[in-house]
Design a protein around this ligand. Structure first.
Ligand SMILES: C[S@@+](CC[C@H](N)C(=O)[O-])C[C@H]1O[C@@H](n2cnc3c(N)ncnc32)[C@H](O)[C@@H]1O
Length: 296
């Protein structure tokens, strides 16, 4: 693709690099433009293994969703920061385990919205154009509410998105707000880029995002762990994404993937819709725990 194609909606700006399309480029996709490729090449110059890291992150997402559908018995998924469709997508993994699993995909990139509408929307899936920085608008969106019953546990996916929020945007507060509106027994999946393994190269790669639609904010293991506040991390805790329940039990070397990932089970707060429902069932009390500390 070159230039701004005339068939794209006006709100899609292809002259500024966008994280979704840069990620698509690392994964070998075709839905990216020259500005995305220029910024992605700058990342690759600093970190040639960026495509391998993107694939490792994607594989983590697959394993986490499989765990949630098969072992945690989740039937409802809210995937914020969906990215461009990349097979298999979340609903395909969840529905392979549970055919009636429902998925709502959310992204703030209009081009993701266009592609996802074409490829991901279906009988049990919906796509919503919305921004993580407005968590209540996401959970109150009529499309989400038609698909997701907030009185029942939800699997919330925040995979490779929170590093696009600055500290001033309060990512921990946003996760907490979402957590507090989810029913008891909900789960969260988070993966997040870090500079813990090579400060200089990671900072150079992150600088490439300064010219993109969203800057990349690298955080330490301790900072990322705090995003799970109120959730209890399931084993093996917050680890490099390649080390989270690897399929082949060969997680690779310690330094090769510069992203941490984990899955947390939340007691949540029995509030709002959940309180009404739980009140009917006579089970309103819920305790909150701080997630345990697990080293990288
Ligand atoms: C690196 S991709 C991750 C895609 C997918 N979650 C995965 O891990 O394979 C990040 C996605 O988050 C989206 N995103 C970034 N900031 C966002 C925000 N504030 N609200 C909603 N989506 C956002 C981007 O448009 C992009 O599609």
């Amino acid at each position: 693709m070159t230039g701004q194609p005339s068939d794209l909606p006006a709100e899609i700006n292809t002259s500024t690099a966008h994280p979704a399309r840069m990620y698509d480029y690392y994964l070998g996709g075709k839905d990216n433009y020259p500005a995305d490729r220029r910024a992605a090449e700058q990342v690759l110059a600093a970190v040639p293994s960026a495509p391998a890291m993107a694939r490792a992150n994607r594989a983590f997402l697959h394993r986490a969703v499989r765990f949630l559908a098969a072992e945690a018995r989740m039937r409802q998924f809210v995937d914020i920061g969906t990215g461009l469709p990349t097979s298999p997508n979340v609903h395909q993994i969840a529905q392979a385990v549970t055919p009636d699993a429902r998925v709502v995909y959310i992204d703030n990139d209009p081009i993701v919205h266009v592609h996802a509408n074409a490829l991901l929307a279906g009988e049990a899936t919906s796509i919503v154009l919305a921004d993580l920085r407005q968590p209540d608008a996401i959970l109150d969106h009529p499309t989400l509410r038609r698909r997701i019953d907030l009185t029942q546990p939800v699997a919330l996916l925040l995979v490779a998105i929170l590093h696009f929020l600055g500290d001033d945007e309060d990512p921990a507060g946003i996760v907490a707000r979402l957590r507090d509106r989810l029913a008891d027994g909900s789960y969260v999946v988070i993966s997040h880029a870090t500079a813990d393994f090579d400060r200089q190269a990671a900072a150079a790669a992150a600088r490439a995002y300064d010219q993109a639609a969203a800057p990349m904010v690298l955080r330490s293991h301790a900072e990322i762990e705090r995003l799970f506040d109120g959730f209890e991390l399931v084993g093996p805790g917050l680890v490099q994404v390649s080390r989270w329940r690897p399929d082949d039990q060969r997680p690779g070397t310690k330094g090769e993937v510069w992203a941490y990932g984990g899955v947390g089970r939340g007691p949540g707060r029995v509030s709002g819709e959940a309180r009404v429902e739980a009140g009917r069932a006579g089970t309103v009390e819920s305790s909150r725990t701080r997630c345990p500390t697990v080293g990288p």
